[in-house]
Design a binder for this molecule. Structure first.
Ligand SMILES: [Zn+2]
Ligand SMILES: [Zn+2]
Length: 253
């Protein structure tokens, strides 16, 4: 089956010739996805060859509930690193390790306008959640980490929102959009060090509605230091949320 046709909005900073090449590549991959995005071997369908697909490192339970690292079963499912620490969210589940071929796939998804990868990537998430026996039906709704308005304008879509919406379809749970505001223009998280990141995100998200007693799933594409999801979870809890469970496509191990 062919993936849905997506509208390619080239980032403003790209030069025309480069833009044109990117456009053709994105368009060709939308209509005729015949090359493995990681090793570039010819394939008949999908986005990865079977060899590269098998390289995806799925993080299998038991997981630490606060950092989603694999653990040997402990009574409370908390790893040594997370013991005696306070976390604003109740649980985090990351589906894959941020290793190849996920690094490449996420790069295309986030920075190369391959928004049509959302369906494939969200299916990795939903299948793994189902196989791990994770029950999403007890939650009131799914929401996603918002993109900063400037980056949303450049990119044309919020990759976390695409994943969240598709998960909401798969699990038949409502998706709530626009409840979290990204407030201040700040430098990209990727160019900052850990300590700087934590200061950078403090107060940069605002929850607009009351969340009294709500059980919420917060979706993001990738978790590195966790500073963004901590700040958002804190804001959701301040508005009365009863449970915030974070689900991310990938995590750095
Ligand atoms: Zn391959
Ligand atoms: Zn942990």
């Amino acid at each position: 089956m062919l993936p849905p046709i997506s509208i390619y909005i080239p980032p403003k900073h790209l030069k025309i010739s480069h833009m044109f090449k990117e456009y053709i590549k994105a368009f060709a991959n939308t209509l005729f996805p015949k090359i493995c995005l990681y090793c570039e071997k010819k394939i008949s369908k999908g986005y990865l060859c079977t060899v590269c697909y098998k390289k995806i490192f799925f993080i299998k339970p038991p997981l630490c509930i606060y950092c989603s690292s694999p653990i040997n079963h402990t009574p409370n499912n908390i790893c040594k690193k997370c013991t005696n620490k306070l976390y604003p969210y109740d649980k985090i589940i990351s589906i894959t390790a941020y290793k190849e071929p996920m690094i490449t796939l996420i790069h295309y998804f986030k920075y190369k306008n391959y928004d049509f990868l959302a369906k494939f990537l969200s299916s990795l998430m939903s299948e793994h959640l189902l196989n791990s026996g994770f029950n999403l039906n007890e939650y009131d709704f799914i929401t996603s980490v918002p993109a900063h308005p400037t980056r949303l304008k450049e990119r044309g879509y919020n990759q976390a929102e695409l994943l969240g919406k598709l998960l909401s379809n798969s699990f038949k749970i409502p998706f709530k959009n626009g409840i979290i505001n990204a407030k201040i223009i700040k430098p990209s998280q990727t160019i900052l060090h850990k300590a700087e990141r934590e200061i950078n995100v403090k107060g940069s998200f605002e929850v607009k509605e009351r969340m009294m007693n709500k059980k919420i799933i917060l979706v993001d594409d990738i978790v590195t230091t966790g500073s963004t999801i901590k700040v958002i979870s804190e804001a959701l809890k301040e508005k009365g949320a009863d449970n915030v469970t974070v689900i991310t496509l990938s995590k750095t191990l």
